[in-house]
Structures are given as structure tokens and as C-alpha cells.
Design a protein. Structure first.
Length: 251
């Protein structure tokens, strides 16, 4: 941390601590300012934990401010987040809380989170789970999302879930041959799915999700929206459960 900033911050704190400590640094002589700086430095060297406390407090305030901004962003875009009419809805469609995940099938942290999200939704039993296809990691990501969306359009939600659970574990290049084989494994019409992948409807769904992510200031995956909370990045299962519990208490 910049020592000048640390000294300035401490000086500002001293200036408002009380009448006995109040002073105007602009009226100090060069010698007085130098002496004051020496005293501040000596204090910080003797008590370096003060710097850590200040940094922690700054981070706490920044997180609180980000949380407030996220609530505003979620409120302004609630319909597109929770009820766009095209995204897959799993879990309990009548659940008392809704968990939305922006996902990229080639994202390592999305893959890490996948089984934990499944366990959260299944073990809870009262979570409505919405998936937003958000391919941002290159052509294989895009083709995977187009395939998943096309499967949903052609064969419905059950087939989509099967495709989703397979794509999140799929390695290797996503070729047409690989997707055709996957469609056949899922027992859906491969030709219809491949055609739907290139449809205007599929392209528009992805474009709309990208536009929504931009409005929400989302630039990475996974990102979760849980009622009025936004989690930008991977969060272990216990942390997700805590947020679900808190949202229920707040609701």
C-alpha cells in the first residue's frame, strides 16, 4: 500500500477525532508537515495491523456498495432474468426462490460448480433453477450452447437437461460429427437439431442473453442470480446454501 496514502488517511482520521486533535494541515510549515509524517510513519511501523484493518474495512464497504448496485441491476432487469419465456427452467418450477446461472460449457469453474448446483437444487427441493446460455470462451462454447438451445426447441426440457449434463463434461473439439452423435445418443432428431442451431431463433436467444449480461455487468462465468443477490464466480455448496437461507429469511 502507498505509504503517503496511508499517512494521509491516518491524518484525516486524526483530524476528525475530536476538538483536541483538530488541525489544518494546509497551515502547517514544511518542517511541521515533515515531523507529522515521521510520526505517522513511526506509528504505522509500530502498528502495521492498522493498515490491514483499513484495507479490510475498505473491502467491506466496496462489497456492500457492489451489493447495493447489484440489487438495482436485478430489479431493473427482473423479467429478463427470471421469466424470459425461453430459458430452461428446472428444479421445482413452483419453488419459493429462483436461482439463475449464466453458464459456459467450456468454463472450468462452471464444470466445478455443476454437481454442487445439482445437489443444491435436488436436496433443497424448493428451488426454481433457470439456466442462461452464455458462451464467451470461443467457438466450442458457442456451438455447445447452440446445441443445447436447439435440443430444447426440438425435443423439450427433459432432452435439454440430458444435453446440458453431457455438454458440461464433454472434452475435445465440438464438431458437427460429435454433436450429431450426441443427438443420436439423446434419441433426438439430429437433423432437426443441427438445423435449429443455425436458426434466427437460436441466434436471438444467445444475443438476448449477452445483452442481458452486459446490462448486469456480468463478464465471467459462472455467475449466479439468486433473488436479489448476485454471485460473480464459483461459490462452494455451503456458501450457496447460506445465500438461499438468507434470501428466504429476507423474503
Amino acid at each position: 500500500m502507498n505509504r503517503f496514502l496511508s499517512a494521509t488517511a491516518l491524518a484525516a482520521g486524526l483530524a476528525v477525532a475530536g476538538p483536541a486533535l483538530a488541525f489544518d494541515m494546509t497551515e502547517m510549515t514544511e518542517a511541521e508537515r515533515a515531523a507529522f509524517g515521521d510520526e505517522v510513519r513511526a506509528y504505522l511501523m509500530a502498528n502495521p495491523e492498522v493498515i490491514i484493518e483499513a484495507v479490510n474495512e475498505l473491502e467491506r464497504r466496496q462489497q456492500a456498495a457492489q451489493g447495493d448496485r447489484d440489487v438495482d441491476l436485478i430489479t431493473a432487469n427482473a423479467a429478463d432474468i427470471f421469466d424470459d419465456g425461453v430459458s430452461h427452467v428446472g428444479g421445482n418450477p413452483e419453488g419459493d426462490v429462483t436461482l439463475v446461472e449464466f453458464i459456459d460449457y467450456r468454463c472450468g469453474y462452471c464444470r466445478k460448480a455443476h454437481e454442487e448446483v445439482q445437489e443444491l437444487v435436488e436436496s433443497d427441493g424448493n428451488i426454481r433453477f433457470v439456466v442462461k446460455e452464455f458462451p464467451i470462451l470461443g467457438p466450442d462454447s458457442l456451438e455447445s450452447s447452440k446445441f443445447a438451445i436447439a435440443v430444447k426447441q426440438v425435443a423439450g426440457d427433459a432432452a435439454y437437461e440430458a444435453a446440458h449434463n453431457t455438454l458440461i463434461k464433454m472434452n475435445g473439439t465440438v464438431t458437427e460429427a460429435a454433436l450429431r452423435k450426441l443427438a443420436e445418443t439423446l434419441e433426438v432428431d439430429a437433423e432437426a437439431v443441427l438445423a435449429e442451431m443455425e436458426s434466427e431463433r437460436t441466434r436471438q436467444i444467445i444475443a438476448d442473453t449477452r445483452a442481458l449480461a452486459q446490462r448486469l455487468q456480468i463478464n465471467g462465468t459462472p455467475t449466479f442470480v439468486l433473488e436479489e443477490s448476485m454471485v460473480r464466480g464459483y461459490l462452494p455448496l455451503d456458501g450457496m446454501r447460506q445465500i438461499v437461507e438468507q434470501e428466504r429469511l429476507d423474503g
